[in-house]
Design a protein around this ligand. Structure first.
Ligand code: TTP
Ligand code: MG
Length: 243
């Protein structure tokens, strides 16, 4: 049974560019809300067999590995989310990105830049639509961390994941536009994705080191989830929304 079929479970997705601060945001969020956080499975992309590192391969030779990477990203996200759903009792899960981030930002961008052929893009979209329509999981809301690409660049330089050393400002600008097209303008997205509520948070200001900024952001998230759960959550005392 997929999460979509489990009653009393809701899930929200934190989205944003590379280096926007999603992992940092989720760490803070897990302290504020009684929600279970599922981080992006980057470790699975970095260690697969022996010395093969798919993330590194992807950045080293993107046209060769883009389709492979997107396929594996899809399956590992689902496995990660499902395994957490069974391990934890909290009714709310918050995910770092989802298969929709891949579809509308990363995979699409790869195709547009010529890193996926016409055929690969068609195959990807075909199995993606079929799996999503039949088995996957519609998020209850997206939380979009909106950050200027130049700030993302500074943050990812600070984080220094060695595979990402070649990520350019130009690439971040393209991905930023993809997030805007998808989450703000809703360009070229499936109707059921269009209907999912989006909370947009301006995260340009450093929040890692500012308690006040953290509190403001967390309150916005709590309000967003609260609005969504208005009918149900009071009946369910295990959901705690701290303000
Ligand atoms: P991460 O939280 O690692 O960025 P991310 O999870 O969005 O990246 P990815 O897409 O790869 O998952 O933040 C990147 C770095 O930026 C990290 O070293 C912490 C730093 N940072 C700040 O210095 N100030 C901030 O306000 C934030 C949010 C992050
Ligand atoms: Mg992260």
């Amino acid at each position: 049974m997929t999460i979509s079929k489990q009653k009393n479970k809701a899930f929200f997705v934190v989205d944003g560019n590379i280096g926007a601060g999603k992992t940092t945001f989720l760490r803070i969020l897990s302290d504020y809300l009684h929600a279970h956080v599922v981080y992006e499975p980057t470790d699975k992309w970095q260690t697969i067999v022996g010395t093969e590192n798919l993330l590194e391969n992807f950045y080293r030779d993107t046209p060769r590995w883009a389709y492979t990477f997107q396929s594996y990203a899809f399956i590992t996200r689902i496995i990660e989310q499902e395994s957490h759903a069974y391990q934890f009792a909290q009714p709310i899960q918050i995910l770092e990105r989802s298969v929709f981030s891949d579809r509308y930002c990363f995979a699409k961008n790869c195709y547009e830049l010529g890193f996926m052929t016409e055929l690969e893009w068609k195959l990807y979209q075909d199995w993606f639509s079929w799996l999503v329509d039949n088995y996957v999981i519609r998020p209850n809301g997206f939380i979009y961390l909106r950050v200027d690409p130049i700030i993302c660049h500074q943050r990812l330089t600070k984080r220094h994941r060695h595979e990402e050393s070649g990520v350019s400002l130009d690439y971040l600008e393209r991905l930023h536009q993809k997030h805007e097209d998808w989450l703000i303008h809703k360009l070229d997205v499936a109707p059921y994705v269009k209907d999912i509520p989006v909370l947009v948070l301006n995260c340009n200001q450093d929040f890692e080191s500012s308690e006040l900024e953290q509190k403001n952001l967390m309150e916005s998230v709590a309000n967003f989830i609260d609005q969504w759960m208005k009918i149900d959550w009071k009946k369910n005392p295990s959901v705690t929304i701290v303000r």
